[in-house]
Ligand binder design. Structure first.
Ligand SMILES: Cc1cc2nc3c(=O)[nH]c(=O)nc-3n(C[C@H](O)[C@H](O)[C@H](O)COP(=O)(O)OP(=O)(O)OC[C@H]3O[C@@H](n4cnc5c(N)ncnc54)[C@H](O)[C@@H]3O)c2cc1C
Ligand code: SF4
Length: 330
């Protein structure tokens, strides 16, 4: 690991000023991803700016309309344990608890979780080419090991997936990311915060380099919504999703007044299943409508040589998880 300088910012303004003054600096959350990447030589920032103790960033607060504002430095453990999150946004608590391990969740922050990098093995191995790490060098995963990589929305330049469980739930909940940069503050809806690889796979999100995530906002949810996060992985803990789903459905009897579904492990972004949602919204939810909706969503899937199994897994997860919500008592 190369030597680096450590700075601790007191508030968001100071953090942005520090990073703007030092082009080679990076923000440091819990360090559970960034420090690993520094050890591997993937990142070598000259300065780390600790943003875990910025004033007000470790709080979860009510919004006027009944939603929540979650500070970017709230740890994943505190987020999943918050009674308001557990009661009103259980899909988020379930997603967070499905990620990493207890020790990691105690350190990992909301801001860092959204910006964690792909687990593609070539990205983490600096002896190999990788367009995301070293633009223009190539994408060995396309012909190599891609069994856990993307089946939809990928490009010839990159077939990586986004690894966050939390981001999948936030996408289904239509959360908004608030950021602050040198030219002020802005709000970015989470479907739209992460980006598809296209011909610039080095960019995971639409964030500008010196922008700081300050908080994530959750809109109020109707009381009748049922929510579920389900993750299929190679072992029960300490494993990233092969495919996951976050489903949020507002029922009127057996009819779906509103349906929000996001898939994890299938794309470079948490994948909002808008085609399936449109087919299901306003109608009855049963096995045949769900099968049709899931198949329509996945028509555009382009699996690679070794990850076609994910298409069937995603189809089954959509059908099974939404049927479970129909059958749930609450
Ligand atoms: C063994 C292992 C298993 C794991 N399993 C899972 C899993 O199953 N599911 C899952 O979702 N995750 C998993 N993770 C990943 C873990 O959730 C992330 O490492 C963690 O959420 C990152 O948060 P952090 O605060 O430690 O981020 P850091 O490592 O501190 O930072 C990550 C990135 O975010 C940037 N950053 C941090 N805070 C901000 C901010 N406020 N504004 C702007 N930029 C910021 C940093 O500069 C860096 O680029 C696993 C990790 C490990 C090591
Ligand atoms: S899939 Fe993306 S991250 Fe993986 S090797 Fe290809 S370019 Fe790099």
């Amino acid at each position: 690991m190369r030597p680096f300088r450590y700075e601790r910012a007191a508030d968001a303004e100071e953090a942005v000023a520090l990073i703007t003054a030092e082009p080679e600096a990076k923000f440091l959350g819990g360090g559970t991803n960034l420090v690993d990447l520094m050890r591997l030589g993937v990142n070598a920032p000259g300065t780390l700016i600790d943003v875990t103790r910025l004033a007000g960033h470790d709080r979860i607060e009510e919004t006027a309309g009944g939603g929540l504002r979650i500070g970017a430095a709230v740890t994943n453990s505190d987020l999943a344990a918050d009674p308001r999150v557990r009661e009103r946004y259980p899909v988020l608590a379930q997603a967070v608890l499905n990620g990493a391990s207890g020790q990691l969740r105690n350190l990992a922050t909301v801001g860092g979780n959204l910006l964690q990098r792909t687990r593609c093995a070539y990205f983490q191995d600096i002896t190999k080419p990788c367009n995301k790490r070293s633009p223009g060098s190539g994408c060995p995963a396309r012909e190599g090991d891609h069994h856990n990589l993307a089946i939809i929305g990928h490009s010839r330049h990159c077939v990586a997936t986004h690894p966050s469980d939390m981001a999948v739930a936030l996408a289904a909940l239509d959360a908004t990311v608030h950021v602050r940069g040198p030219s002020g503050e802005r709000a970015i809806p989470i479907p739209g915060f992460h980006r598809l690889p296209g011909d610039e796979p080095e960019k995971d999100t639409v964030l500008d380099p010196n922008e700081l995530i300050t908080m994530v906002e959750l809109a109020p949810r109707a009381h009748a919504t049922r929510q579920r996060y389900r993750k299929v992985r190679e072992r029960r803990s300490f494993a990233f999703a092969l495919v996951s789903i976050a489903a949020v459905v507002e029922f009127e009897g057996q009819t779906a007044a509103d349906v929000c579904v996001a898939l994890g492990g299938v794309a470079h972004v948490p994948w909002r299943a808008t085609i399936a949602e449109d087919l299901l919204r306003g109608g009855p939810i049963d096995e045949s409508t769900l099968t049709r909706a899931a198949e329509a969503e996945l028509v555009k899937a382009e699996p690679l040589r070794d990850n076609g199994y994910k298409v069937e897994l995603a189809r089954r997860l959509i059908v099974r998880t939404l049927l479970d919500l129909v059958e749930a008592d609450t």
